[in-house]
Design a binder for this molecule. Structure first.
Ligand SMILES: [Zn+2]
Length: 122
């Protein structure tokens, strides 16, 4: 097993936090444009943008943008929780290690390369 060291985990934790921050800002920017800013905190906090209550509030275009970002925020939140739980870097589908380079490219990755290529089930 390609065990991630404490240093690696700190590194990815930092990348995740930065990325989450950036996505939060992006969500806020889109929502400010559409006058729905009060909902930014809900979405940036990782709520499901597919919730009809939230979806109804957004225009279609804004929704597509925000939904994508909010989905990534959810993945990042999940990855952050997995760092805390000590399961970060392990594929949620097959249980194998996710390649370091893959995490480097996408710290929020929850699947190994092989499972990510399969039809998405989520
Ligand atoms: Zn896998």
């Amino acid at each position: 097993m390609e065990t991630l060291t404490k240093k690696d985990l700190d590194h990815f934790a930092k990348l995740l936090a930065e990325r989450k921050q950036r996505l939060g800002e992006e969500i806020r920017r889109v929502l400010a444009r559409t006058g729905k800013e009060p909902y930014a905190d809900i979405l940036a906090g990782g709520s499901d943008a597919g919730d009809s209550s939230v979806a109804d509030l957004l225009s279609d275009v804004a929704f597509a943008e925000v939904a994508r970002d909010a989905a990534e925020v959810r993945d990042i939140s999940a990855a952050q929780a997995r760092i805390g739980a000590g399961t970060y870097g392990v594929c949620i589908e097959c249980g194998k290690d996710i390649a370091f380079v893959r995490l480097e490219a996408d710290p929020g990755a929850l699947h190994c390369g092989a499972c990510a290529r399969l039809p998405v089930k989520r």
